[in-house]
Structures are given as structure tokens and as C-alpha cells.
Design a protein around this ligand. Structure first.
Ligand code: E4P
Length: 213
């Protein structure tokens, strides 16, 4: 399973990329606004660190999405154009597929939406599990249903588990065979930790102190 960082913070990407386990980054307009840095410079800096960076269009009509997406794709070969899951988005996805431009369909909340985006040729779809949980629904249940549907067909579209909130989302995504999970920085920092690892290492080092010459 590929692991992406869900951020617009270049230093966080640099830090996690140094672990050797980072496959990509997803940004969105809210994350970019939070950092307050210039969008193009941010995305290009990330493209130097990881092979896959999602950059979201902000136009809401297909012609506008296409203009923006073609511009982003020309910036760097690592850029994936992120398109919202709307009817206009489906038209744009169809265009980008024909042009060989990689896409990530964002704001997916149902199997129907996943199916349509895959049929329109999306490279990835992003079901938002945390926001479904927040709304009292079962986010990972949606991933299970999408993976079940995918098992019957030969879609090339990768399922990217988005809006993750805690390590259990990542573990469950892997158990369900999702292709990618995008993870907030604070959640990524929790993944290598286990209290028994810390306790075990402390004991090993204490014991070594007793015998070392
Ligand atoms: C995905 O690409 C989105 O950027 C992200 O996962 C949204 O997560 P949120 O629900 O925490 O805003």
C-alpha cells in the first residue's frame, strides 16, 4: 500500500520523506490556505521530494477545470490533477484521461460516485472516511464496499483512503487492500510508535550498560 502525506507543509514532507516510506502528497485548498504559502512554489518544492503530488483545481465547470489542470500538469511530471466528484468533474476526468494527465477524484462519499469516477478514467479516487465518521456513518465501511466492487472488475483506478484521522484508519485500509492512504502529519508521526517498543528498547539499553566493557 502506498502512503501519502495529506499536507501543504513542505517541511513536513521533507521530514517524512527522509524516513524512506513516503510515496506521495495530497494537498487541497484548505491545507494550502492553512500554510499561507504560494501554491505553485509549494507544489513544485514537494515534487522534488516525492513522485506524486495532488494539486486541486478550484474551477467548478469542466472547461475551467481543464484549463487549470493542464496548467498544473505542465508544471512538473509528478503532478496529479485533483478534480471534485461532480458531473463537471466527470467531464474533466474524461478529457484528462484522453490527454494522459493523471487525476485524483476528491470528495467521494459513495460507491456510485467511485464507480462513475473510475469509468471516467480517474487514476485515483479519494473516499473521505473521516468526514463520513464525523457525520455518523461508517467511513471504512465505504472502503470495504468499494474494494468489494473493485474485486469484480478490472479498474485501473486506485482507491486512495482520504480524510484519515488515526492509525486504525491506515491499518484497516491495508487490511482491506486499498491501494493508497493519505495521512495527516500528526497521524503519520504516530505510526512508528508502540509503547512496548519503547519499553523494550529501554530495557535492552539498560541491560547492555551492565555488561559492556
Ligand atoms: C484528501 O485528499 C484530502 O486532502 C483530505 O484527506 C481531507 O481530509 P479532512 O477531512 O481531514 O479535511
Amino acid at each position: 500500500m502506498k502512503l501519502f502525506l495529506d499536507t501543504a507543509n513542505v517541511e513536513h514532507v521533507r521530514e517524512i520523506a527522509a524516513w524512506g516510506v513516503l510515496d506521495g502528497v495530497t494537498t487541497n485548498p484548505s491545507l494550502v490556505a492553512k500554510e499561507g504559502k504560494e501554491f505553485k512554489a509549494t507544489v513544485l518544492a514537494m515534487c522534488e521530494l516525492v513522485p506524486c503530488v495532488s494539486a486541486q483545481v478550484t474551477a467548478v465547470d469542466a472547461p475551467g477545470m481543464i484549463t487549470q489542470g493542464e496548467e498544473y500538469a505542465a508544471w512538473h511530471k509528478h503532478i496529479v490533477v485533483k478534480v471534485p466528484m461532480t458531473v463537471e468533474g466527470l467531464k474533466a476526468l474524461t478529457y484528462f484521461k484522453k490527454k494522459g494527465i493523471k487525476t485524483n477524484t476528491t470528495l467521494v462519499f459513495s460507491v456510485s460516485q467511485a464507480l462513475l469516477a473510475a469509468k471516467a478514467g480517474a487514476s485515483m479516487i479519494s473516499p473521505f472516511v473521516g468526514r463520513l465518521d464525523d457525520a455518523g456513518e461508517n467511513g471504512m465501511g465505504l472502503i470495504a464496499k468499494i474494494m468489494e466492487a473493485w474485486s469484480h472488475y478490472d479498474f485501473q483506478t486506485e482507491v486512495l483512503v482520504a480524510s484519515t484521522r488515526h492509525p486504525e484508519h491506515i491499518e484497516e485500509a491495508a487490511r482491506l487492500g486499498a491501494h493508497i492512504a493519505t495521512i495527516p502529519y500528526e497521524v503519520f508521526l504516530k505510526l512508528p510508535k508502540h509503547p512496548l517498543t519503547d519499553a523494550g528498547l529501554k530495557k535492552f539499553l539498560e541491560d547492555w550498560e551492565k555488561v559492556k566493557k
